[in-house]
Design a binder for this molecule. Structure first.
Ligand code: F0G
Length: 475
């Protein structure tokens, strides 16, 4: 294995390409026109006008030869498909949970789960809810409470497990309002807090609190393999344990899980719920039949289940995970060297740019992280996603914004898609933007929907920069 040969330090992509997909290089003028037509919302861009697409690592990965081969084996029987049983066995082996329900993606599982646990007066704690999770919790009338580690607030602190849950805060909640809490959730890795991992020590402590207060523990485990990789790399006592065993141990600390398989399932669509409490089976399965499909296919085709069964097995390959973590770190270090403030340490699936540190005098009303994301697109055709006030804030009655705790731009790396040259290009673009930050344009919200506003909001710049980026482009 080349990676363990101390003479050679390059971390090679652990795959070679068999099929290629062209990417596009629209001109800067075309990008300026496109972002205007998209109302400065990167979700509204046609994908062919994006050069490097780091909007999300969700459903954007490349499947392996084994996964493509498995597709042909898909059994499309409505009920009792062999593909389901193959998928079910893989999930059972990984999670240890006997009951497995396929869903078309993570949020479908969230809908089923919180339709069961949620409702008015209910409180759902999580280390950090991701946007769709929070929206599903709140849609039932429940309150979604984030209890991240106090370390997560400092974007510069190099702590190994900034994804952890705040145990004191969880205990205080369970002690004071325990009757309102039907389930405790932990998201691995903690996406909203920078793709940071959760330690096994923290998970065990959460488990102990759940036992003490009689609550079930559910993992939002979209990135379970990346989490296990960081545990292996960073947590005392785990350096010699293989990643799959660590992932299994994490699931075995919980009572159930929901997984968006579009991440560490290495598929373009898919998800599942798995749990050990038999009494959950009837309500969740009925919800599944109503919303998604018969329990042996959920919202998926038989071939999707086949690809997922292979993906869930491939993702704990250690050459793959080493390359994955190193790609993210390469991007992060490069941007940092170029003067872009970044959240540290680097997470599992993405680098998070810290727009508040880049633009310290901007108000949340100016949407600094969205402005930075727009600049990366306009200057280099790089699409990231804002994780700041546009995503997690809201407009007050007086028109001002309630600020999100952080103003971040996430550059998420799709799995097995981009090579080092792509990443080097993104570093160059980010460096250029950081060095010309005075040209970024402050934004305002022109129109927004009631929930999940960042997906469809329309924005406009409030002033053109004094010099204008175009003049700077050719000095
Ligand atoms: N949980 C986490 C931690 C997620 O990151 C996501 C999706 C979901 C649940 C919902 O899953 O998309 O399959 O319905 N995150 C994507 C992202 C969209 O870009 O981070 P889904």
């Amino acid at each position: 294995m080349i990676h363990s040969d101390p003479r050679f330090r390059t971390v090679v992509e652990p795959f070679r390409l068999k099929m290629v997909e062209p990417i596009h290089f629209p001109s800067r003028e075309e990008r300026v026109a496109a972002i205007g037509a998209a109302h400065h919302n990167l979700f509204a861009l046609p994908a062919e006008l994006v050069t490097i697409d780091l909007l999300t690592d969700s459903g954007t990965g490349a499947m392996s030869t084994e996964q493509w081969a498995a597709l042909l084996r898909g059994d499309e029987s409505y009920a009792g498909a062999t593909s389901f049983r193959r998928f079910e066995r893989v999930v059972q082996e990984l999670t240890g949970f006997p009951y497995v329900l396929p869903t078309h993606q993570g949020r479908a599982a969230e809908r089923l789960l919180f339709a069961h646990f949620g409702g008015p007066g209910v409180i759902i704690p999580n280390n950090s809810h991701f946007d769709t999770t929070r929206a599903h919790v709140e849609a039932t009338g429940s309150v979604a409470v984030d209890l991240p580690s106090p370390l997560a607030g400092d974007t510069q602190l190099e702590a190994p497990f900034k994804g952890d849950m705040d145990l004191d805060a969880l205990e205080a909640l369970l002690k004071n309002q325990g009757s309102r809490v039907p389930v405790v959730c932990v998201t691995i890795t903690n996406n909203a807090a920078g793709g940071q991992p959760v330690s096994m020590a923290n998970l065990r402590a959460v488990r102990a609190l759940c036992d003490k207060y009689g609550k079930p523990l559910f993992l939002d485990a979209a990135r379970f393999a990346e989490n296990a990789w960081f545990v292996r790399e960073r947590e005392p006592g785990y350096s010699r344990i293989d990643v799959r065993t660590i992932a299994q141990e994490a699931f075995r600390l919980a009572d159930g899980t929901w997984v968006s398989a579009k991440k560490d399932g290495l598929v373009n669509i898919g998800g599942f719920l798995a749990f050990k409490d038999e009494t959950l089976l009837t309500p969740l399965r009925n919800g599944l039949i109503l919303n998604e499909g018969f329990p042996t296919y959920g919202g998926l085709a038989g071939r999707d289940l086949e690809a997922l069964a292979v993906g869930l097995t491939e993702v704990t390959d250690e050459d793959y995970l080493r390359y994955r973590a190193r790609s993210v770190a390469w991007l992060g270090h490069g941007l940092e060297r170029g003067g872009m403030p970044v959240l540290k340490p680097f997470g599992g699936h993405a680098v998070y740019l810290d727009a508040r540190r880049l633009l310290p005098d901007w108000s949340p009303d100016d949407l600094p992280a969205q402005a930075l994301a727009v600049a990366l697109y306009v200057e280099g055709g790089v699409r990231g996603v804002e994780i700041g006030t546009l995503m997690f804030g809201r407009t007050r009655p007086d028109g001002h914004q309630v600020a999100a705790p952080r103003e971040l731009v996430r550059l998420a790396l799709p799995r097995r898609v981009y090579t080092q040259a792509h990443v080097d290009y993104v570093i160059e673009v980010g460096t250029w933007v950081a060095q010309h930050k005075e040209c970024l344009q402050r934004l305002r919200i022109e129109w927004e929907p009631e929930a999940l506003r960042h997906f469809t909001a329309r924005l406009h710049p409030i002033r053109s920069s004094a010099r204008g980026l175009r003049q700077l482009e050719s000095p």
